[in-house]
Each structure stands twice: as structure tokens, then as C-alpha cells.
Design a protein around this ligand. Sequence first.
Ligand code: GUN
Length: 292
Amino acid sequence: MSAQLLDGRILSTHIRKQISQQAATLSAQGHQPGLAVILVGENPASQVYVRNKIKACQEHGLYSVYDVYPDNFTQTDLLARITALNADPRIHGILVQLPLPAHIDSHRVLEAIAPHKDVDGFHIANAGALMTGAPLFRPCTPYGCMKMLESIDAPVRGAHAVIVGASNIVGKPMAMLLLQAGATITICNSKTRDLASHTRSADILVVATGRPRMITGDMVKPGAIVIDVGINRITEGENKGKLCGDVDFDSVRNVAGWITPVPGGVGPMTITMLLVNTIEAAQRACTATPQT
Ligand code: GUN
């Protein structure tokens, strides 16, 4: 059996057409949606992600501001910049790329972003609201994974969803979204005993660990939907320099019913949902303060 491909590029293209239209409509009303992206330090992966986010804004008619600060940028200066962006009417969404350098308290920084501009959905007001059911914004990667499941009419209700990885960015919010959709949830972490016994019982398996190809075909239930959130750079062998996921695509594709590729799976959807959240923030701002 060979799994069907759950293609994030195709789905993104479809959603992004609507985004361009919505951005154009808002711009014509004098409310061009605006996103500020802040990068501190020189993490090469973060530099690529952030550049792609800005490029997506430019391609779809959103206004964007891109702040790049050196590794030794102070927390005080970062908080001051966020305060200024909170007050800037051209900016509807603020994203501080994680991870931040060790001397900066990322919790403090995320809590400084106004919840109505928190398009990452990481502020505790939005994370808490996600737990109780109605956040202003859903975190972009899990939100994108849910859209992928929707796109294939996945039977989420009553399914057993296993999430490998318990981060605030992916694992925990993913669990909340799947729970709300009626799945039974297992969250595994790096200390989970006999991981395969959990993953093998998953109808839906979401993997976000940052460990290249750690999920192999023998760890997957036949016919399962496998969503690979990992993006890792291969460091040796004939594929050196190429990207791979946290799932061993070649062995898992022979067992799973559906599988997301890397690249071209979850990655494009994360950026797409960031644009969706920014449009939503602009629409709310536009309704809250009609221009006379
Ligand atoms: N680092 C890795 N993923 C993300 C994300 O979705 N948002 C932010 N702000 N940082 C990240």
C-alpha cells in the first residue's frame, strides 16, 4: 500500500487566493492588513522562516515590517519595540520569531504583545482561550494541520490522535484543536516509554519533535493519517543539505493512508495560516474602528 500525499502547497495555493482577495478588499477600504515580524539573533533556520513570512505578505498584498536585531539586543529594547507596534494602527499582527536568545525571557516578550495582535496565538490570553474553546487566534502550525485534515474530510471525531512532541508552539495547541474536534488524544514527549506502542494505535499521528526520521513504518498503524511537522537539514550522506521531516517518509508511506511530505507539507500551511490570522486581525480592527 502506498499512502496518498497530503499536499500543503496545493491547499495553500487555494487558501492564498482568498487571502489576496480579502487583502485587496480591506486595502480598498483603507485598512491594508499589516504584519510586523521581529527576528533577534542569527539562527539560520529562523532567518529562512522569517524571510518566507515576509515574502508571503508581499506576494498577497499585505503590508509588512521586518525588524532584524543582533544577538545582543536587550530585552528592554525589544519590549519597547513591541509597545510601539501595539500602538501602530498600520500593524494588525505582531510575530516575534522563536527561539529567542537565552538572555531574553520569551514568556515576558510574548505577554507584551497585545492579545488582539497576537497572530501566533502564543499569548497566555489566547492559549488559555484555546483551552476553553474560543481563542482570538489559533497557533499557525496546528491550525494549518487542522485545515489539512479538513481538506481530506478526515474522520477526526472519535479517532485516536497521537501527538509526538509537547511544545507550546505545536504539540499542546494541536492537542487542544483535535480534542475540540472530537478526537481522543494522547500526547507523547521525550520521556514517553515504549513510544511505538502509542504511535501504532494512532488513527491520526502528528509528529513535532525535531528529531529527523524518528518515526518509522513499523511504528505506524496501517491506513493512519500521518502529519509530519518536522523540518530538518540532512547533515551527511548522499542527501546532505536536503530537508527531511521527523517521519521516515520512505518507510511510512508504505503503511500510512495519508502522509504529508517534507518539504511541501505543513511548512507552507503554517505561513498561510499566519496570513489568515493577520487578515482576521485587520478585519476585526476595521469593524472596531470604522473610518468616517
Ligand atoms: N518558531 C518556530 N515556529 C514558530 C512559529 O510558528 N511562530 C514563531 N513566532 N516562532 C516560531
